[in-house]
Structures are given as structure tokens and as C-alpha cells.
Design a protein around this ligand. Structure first.
Ligand SMILES: NC(=O)C1=CN([C@@H]2O[C@H](COP(=O)(O)OP(=O)(O)OC[C@H]3O[C@@H](n4cnc5c(N)ncnc54)[C@H](O)[C@@H]3O)[C@@H](O)[C@H]2O)C=CC1
Ligand SMILES: O=C(O)[C@H]1O[C@H](OP(=O)(O)OP(=O)(O)OC[C@H]2O[C@@H](n3ccc(=O)[nH]c3=O)[C@H](O)[C@@H]2O)[C@H](O)[C@@H](O)[C@@H]1O
Length: 455
């Protein structure tokens, strides 16, 4: 009974910890909603006034499964608020989480200017002890820089701690990943911060890993670089499979049965894109170069990935003697399914290359409707997948949306002018496609041409 009472008091205290999250992007907004769902009060801050206006009206700035319902529910329960006023958020909160962007600079380094500017302002607005948590992906040593920046910019010398708490969610499954993550990494050398952070995450029921700030920062880059390495590795195996007539999906399935390898992240395709793998692998190379280290594996991972993005064009130019004046239907613009994010999407490279060759584009994506997001001129954006394949000479499937897995492929070939289908994500069976009359090309398998010859 007494134990239960202590537990309830501790839980109540924990729920009273007020959190501010700076940056309402994929990471900040999802984290805010999940903390609120677990009972914390969260103030979300962004310097994008339009975004905050939209969020206050209940309009989602990003597409993410389950986000809207959970956000509106917690907003109604007064556990979530949205503001552009950082001073208010800092002064009303015990923990301030930084979740702003760390995009790639033209020289490949991570651009820390958003993190730095937010840190300087947090320092100015501090009115008592605060824990500043960095969730943005940053090079090793940033936690120490943040400490120095706060000291240099504080008006009064309030006590504070800086914690590194890297994020591992994936876009498209971000809410699920946050609620059911494999681990929560908390990087701090300070006992007071460690206790508060452990309490903050206690009711997420996930393994909490307490480590140093340097380890936490390195874990994030190592995790992303390793996952990117798996993808480039299987893509190279796919390229060899095409030469020797083996099937990469079969190989991935069977090597993945070995627990040391695991079946995850072994889907061969047209390369990884997105807001993180491309920039984080480059940032890792750049910051290790600063110590005179030549990170050969990660350099190759990037090189393989760049080459993989050109595979659909290689197949297209082999199949069509001339791309000039031909119309190509593009299925999918997002860098992966279930997101509206087109950052570093392979679709961008593919569309660019087709346009350079003088081809015309018809494009469809179930969610990416905002032309500004993909920033291409002279593209016909259509409303359905069937519109995108109508009268085209060839189709390239870029994103493996479920909707494309359900397409009526008999109808598709009837609508097309030609019969060339390049499946960048291996979602169809080449035997079926061949029977339907397609000249079908996929990744890492005998394509229809090989199949024809070997029959
Ligand atoms: N997108 C993802 O799936 C993941 C991203 N990360 C990392 O998390 C960080 C954030 O990534 P995303 O959420 O994708 O970025 P994002 O670009 O979607 O969102 C960043 C937000 O920060 C806001 N912002 C920028 N400067 C600000 C300032 N001075 N004051 C207030 N708000 C400001 C922007 O307006 C924007 O809404 C990056 O370091 C990224 O590498 C980590 C894991 C997953
Ligand atoms: O730091 C980040 O931002 C995040 O980066 C990735 O998440 P995300 O980029 O959202 O998506 P993934 O599912 O990892 O896919 C990344 C890219 O790899 C490609 N991919 C993925 C898996 C695979 O087997 N094959 C493959 O080509 C996808 O098509 C996509 O273009 C990581 O999976 C997250 O753990 C990490 O938090």
C-alpha cells in the first residue's frame, strides 16, 4: 500500500515536469505528441509562424500515421500547446528539448546553425535550473559546445545540464517507433540530469541506456551509417545477381535467417534517400576527416548509393533506344512510403536524368501533392496512378506505396502506350509481369529480357 502511494506520488511529480520542444518537424512534433500521450505537459516552439498557426488550428504540417488524432486528443486535454515564443516556453519548462534541423552544408559537414541559435536564446531566457536536451543529430563534441554556448550567453548564471538524447524514429512509423523503440539513449555525465531523464522516460517501458554524451552522439551516427551500409551492401549484391542470374530477394531472405545478419534493411532497390542517411553518412565522413581519419567503408556506401539511383535510367535507356520526346510515368515521389518527405528522394535524381535526356514526365504520389516539395518544372502532376501510366512509353516505380501493390496491372498495360515497366522496389513478380505482356525490369533479378532468352 505504502509502495503504491510512493509510486503514485513519484508519477504525479514526473507528470508535473514541464517540457518544451524546440522545432516542430518530424522529430519534434512526434516526440511532443508522444510525451503528451504519456501524460507530460509539452510546449512546442517553432520559429515558422505559419506552422504554429496551422498547428493551433489542428492542421498537420507533415503526413505521419496516427499523428493527427493523437495530437488533437492531447491538445484538447491541454497537455500540448504551440507557440513561436521561445522565452515563454523556456521559462515555463524544466526540460528543453532541441529538435531543430541539422541539414548538410555544401561542404558535407552538419550545419549546426539552428542548434546554435536556439541554444543562445535558451541561455538568454533561462530563469532557473534547466535541463537542455539535444535530440537533433549532431557530431561528437556538440554537447560540450552547447554547454560553452550557454555559459557564454547566460545573462544570470543559473545552473543547467546538457544531455544528448539521440532519436531513432523512422518517418512513416514515427509514432509507433517512439512508443515502442528498441532503446532510449541518454548521454550525460551528471547524476541529477540522469535521474530526471530516467524518470521522464520511465513510463515509455523501453530499455533506457545511460551513457556518456560522446557515446550518445556517436551511437546515432554509427546506427545510421550501419543501416545505410546494409542497404548499399545488398544493392551491390543485387547488381551482381543481375549479372549472374541470381535473385536478390531470395538471397536477402536466406542470409537474413542468420540472426547475426537479420532480415531487416536488406531490401535492394534504387538507393536510400531521406532527410538523414544521405546527410548523416556525409557528416560522419567529414567530422572524422577533421581528426585525420579516412572512413573508407562509409565513403563506399555513399558511392554505391549514388550509382544505385541511376539504375532505373540505365534500364530505361537500354530498353528505349531514345528517351527524347518519350513520356515516362513516375509512380511515387516520396523517399519511402507513408511519408510526404521528398528530401533526397531517388525520384529527384530519376526525374532530373529523364529531363536531361529530353523525356517528358507524368508523376503521381498518393501523398506528395505539393509541387513545391519536389521543385520540378515541366512535370505533369496527375491525380491517380492510372492517370500517370496513361499513354506513357514506360513506367518507373520509385516508391513502394501499398496502393501500387494493389494496382490492376492488366488495366495499367492497356492504358500505357508502351510496355516497359521498371520496378525500382521489386514489388511485382517478373513471371506475372511477363505473362501480362510487360517488358519488366526490376532490381537484382533476372529481368524479363533474361527470362525471355532463358525459356
Ligand atoms: N526526420 C527524421 O526521421 C529524423 C530526424 N532526426 C534528426 O532530428 C533533427 C530534426 O529533424 P526533422 O524533424 O526531420 O527536421 P525538420 O526540418 O522536419 O524540422 C525542424 C523544425 O525546426 C524548426 N526550426 C528551425 N530553426 C528554429 C529556431 N531557431 N527556432 C525554432 N524552431 C526552429 C523548423 O521550422 C522546423 O519546423 C535533425 O537533426 C535530424 O537529423 C533524427 C531521427 C529521425
Ligand atoms: O536519423 C534518421 O532520420 C532516421 O533515419 C532512418 O529512418 P528514415 O530515413 O525515416 O527511413 P528508413 O526506413 O530508414 O529508410 C531510409 C531509406 O532507405 C531505403 N531503404 C530502407 C530499407 C531497405 O531495406 N532498403 C532501402 O532501400 C528507404 O527506401 C529510404 O529511402 C533510420 O531508419 C531511423 O532509425 C533514423 O532515426
Amino acid at each position: 500500500m505504502i509502495k503504491l502511494l510512493f509510486y503514485l506520488i513519484a508519477k504525479r511529480r514526473l507528470l508535473k515536469v514541464k517540457i518544451a520542444i524546440v522545432g516542430t518537424g518530424y522529430v519534434g512534433l512526434v516526440s511532443a505528441v508522444c510525451f503528451a500521450e504519456k501524460g507530460s505537459r509539452v510546449i512546442c516552439v517553432d520559429n515558422n509562424e505559419e506552422k504554429i498557426k496551422q498547428l493551433n488550428k489542428g492542421i498537420m504540417p507533415i503526413y505521419e500515421n496516427d499523428l493527427e488524432d493523437m495530437l488533437n486528443k492531447n491538445k484538447c486535454s491541454k497537455r500540448l500547446e504551440f507557440t513561436t515564443d521561445l522565452e515563454y516556453a523556456v521559462q515555463k519548462s524544466d526540460i528543453i528539448i532541441i529538435a531543430v534541423g541539422t541539414p548538410m552544408l555544401p561542404n558535407g559537414h552538419a550545419d549546426l546553425s539552428q542548434v546554435e541559435s536556439v541554444t543562445e536564446n535558451i541561455a538568454k531566457f533561462m530563469n532557473e535550473y534547466k535541463i537542455i536536451v539535444n535530440k537533433s543529430t549532431v557530431p561528437v563534441g556538440t554537447q560540450k559546445k552547447v554547454i560553452k554556448l550557454i555559459r557564454d550567453n547566460q545573462i544570470n548564471e543559473y545552473d543547467f545540464d546538457v544531455v544528448s538524447n539521440p532519436e531513432f524514429l523512422r518517418e512513416g512509423t514515427a509514432i509507433y517507433d517512439t512508443m515502442h523503440g528498441d532503446r532510449i539513449v541518454i548521454g550525460t555525465d551528471n547524476e541529477r540530469a540522469r535521474k530526471i531523464m530516467t524518470k521522464l522516460y520511465a513510463n515509455f517501458n523501453q530499455s533506457i541506456i545511460l551513457t556518456s554524451p560522446e557515446n550518445a552522439e556517436m551511437i546515432k551516427y554509427a546506427a545510421n551509417a550501419f543501416l545505410a551500409t546494409k542497404i548499399s551492401f545488398i544493392n551491390e549484391i543485387a547488381n551482381i545477381c543481375e549479372i549472374v542470374g541470381a535473385d536478390v530477394q531470395e538471397i536477402a531472405k536466406i542470409i537474413g535467417m542468420d540472426k547475426r545478419i537479420s532480415p531487416e534493411f536488406l531490401s535492394a532497390g534504387i538507393g536510400f534517400g531521406g532527410a538523414c542517411f544521405p546527410k548523416d553518412t556525409k557528416a560522419l565522413i567529414k567530422f572524422t576527416e577533421g581528426f585525420g581519419y579516412d572512413f573508407k567503408i562509409v565513403k563506399s556506401v555513399i558511392e554505391v548509393n549514388e550509382n544505385q539511383k541511376t539504375k532505373p535510367i540505365e534500364k530505361l535507356t537500354n530498353a528505349l533506344s531514345c528517351v527524347k520526346g518519350r513520356t515516362i510515368g513516375i509512380l511515387g515521389l516520396a523517399f519511402k512510403p507513408n511519408t510526404d518527405d521528398t528530401r533526397e528522394s531517388p525520384a529527384i535524381t530519376i526525374i532530373n536524368d529523364i529531363q536531361k535526356l529530353g523525356g517528358k514526365i507524368k508523376a503521381y504520389d498518393p501523398i506528395v501533392k505539393d509541387i513545391d516539395k519536389i521543385k520540378f518544372d515541366n512535370i505533369e502532376y496527375v491525380d491517380t496512378a492510372y492517370d500517370a501510366v496513361k499513354d506513357v512509353d514506360a513506367v518507373i516505380l520509385v516508391t513502394e506505396w501499398d496502393e501500387f501493390k494493389q494496382l490492376d496491372l492488366k488495366k495499367v498495360i492497356k492504358l500505357m502506350k508502351g510496355n516497359i515497366f521498371i520496378d525500382g522496389r521489386n514489388i511485382y513478380k517478373y513471371t506475372k509481369m511477363f505473362k501480362l505482356g510487360y517488358e519488366y525490369y526490376c532490381i537484382g533479378k533476372k529481368d524479363s529480357q533474361y527470362y525471355k532468352k532463358s525459356r
